[in-house]
Write a protein that binds this ligand. Sequence first.
Ligand code: NAD
Length: 471
Amino acid sequence: LEDRRRRRGGRRKREMEMQVERVVEEAREAFESGGTRSYFWRRSQLRALKDLILESEIAICDALMLDLGKHRVEAFRDEVGLLAKSVDHALENLKKWMKPEKVRVPLVSFPSTGEVVPEPLGVILIIASWNFPIGLSLEPLIGAISAGNSVVLKPSELALASSKFLATSLPKYLDNKAVKVIEGGPLIGQQLLDQKWDKIFFTGSTRVGRIVMSAAAKHLTPVCLELGGKCPAIVDSLQGSRDIKVAINRIAGAKWGFCSGQACIAIDYLLVEEKYAPFLVDLLKEKIKKCYMRPGHLTRIVNKKQFERLREILEDPLVAATVVHGGSLDQENMFIEPTILMNPPLDSEVMTEEIFGPLLPIITLKKIADSIEFLKRRPKPLAIYAFTKDGKLKKRIVEETSSGSVTFNDAVVQFVVESLPFGGTGPSGFGKYHGKFSFAEFSHGKAVLKRSFLIEISLRYPPWSEDKLQF
Ligand code: NAD
């Protein structure tokens, strides 16, 4: 029986491999036919994507409700609305992005002209994560098709309804020879990584990011890795009741109102001056009671594994002792109450690993300026946030710390500003996307120099003589 099961497993694996090979082959044929290069193809695909997003608003929100219990408004704000805005931006700018960029040429090459011509890379593999399963699949797709590539997309198996939605809807709207969806988990992911790609765009954990990069090395495939990390928010002792109120709204929103903290750019922890911390905690508690306790207003934890991971973090006795608000877990509905921790040990998991959930540690410092040293001693995060009006502190944060982005007096919104590049640095990843940065990420900027036959300088060539150096 065992033998038969093993044989059946082997057969299934081989079938999957063949399916993967076939899909990649078709995507390559579509690219090599030249069809994806034209402006008209790119524009028609972007328009079709826009139709899909708008016509499927309800289906997308339903899928996100099933996968994550995301409220309809949150689903619209973070995925449907954002994607529609992104496609519009690409449609508006596509012609401009596709234009060769003229450059100045030095006198030594006179007469000549130079330009950088954007060229599609070829066949792109996009591997997406589960927390924004539609947005993080389609946002890179917008860039890849704008740049004239064919694409194979693998959504996350952990957001199954969203994955199914993408697999059934994309072929109905887009050119299904050039844009393909393959569903599956790590096994399919691994089989996809065994293929030859022209670029791999990966959103996910640092652990799998390493696997992606090692696989890419085999074919010298360029990769863009959108990874995670611990995004801190420095909260200065703000004066003025309106500023404090706004800051609290934004901090709570970027933790509990953003996929329950299951987001790469969610606030991971706060850095606050000792004397300001009790006041801040009171305000946060109030905000939680008002906005984040009603059922349906907080996204649930994605699955049992993640739920158990968060439970273990919280149930470490040294961490549990620091809970100043919340801490209750509802396993049946996979909800974790918004939880505030005051000064958990810096070597506990809650402060060494990305939290990816609704737990908010507050770390107190003697002076807020000490936050710079605190951050410099830790891995470079995807984002640093700082709520402050102190110009000197802002300058020091920008100049002395390193992160994918810095946002002052807000959090998470940097993601919607398509004129800013989005991406990490160091362990939070590399490569940039959004807007024209996506177009560049999925293009090769080819250097084209056009010379004429007019002027010829024989000094360039042998036979060499010392007097040639005089010129
Ligand atoms: P993950 O790394 O477990 O999975 C990501 C994707 O990789 C999934 O599609 C999964 O099926 C696939 N995968 C898993 N193992 C694989 C393997 N061996 N070979 C090939 N593919 C494989 O990450 P996740 O749990 O889906 O997402 C959470 C992580 O993603 C967090 O660390 C978070 O910070 C990060 N993230 C980053 C961004 C960003 O934009 N920087 C956005 C969202 C999430």
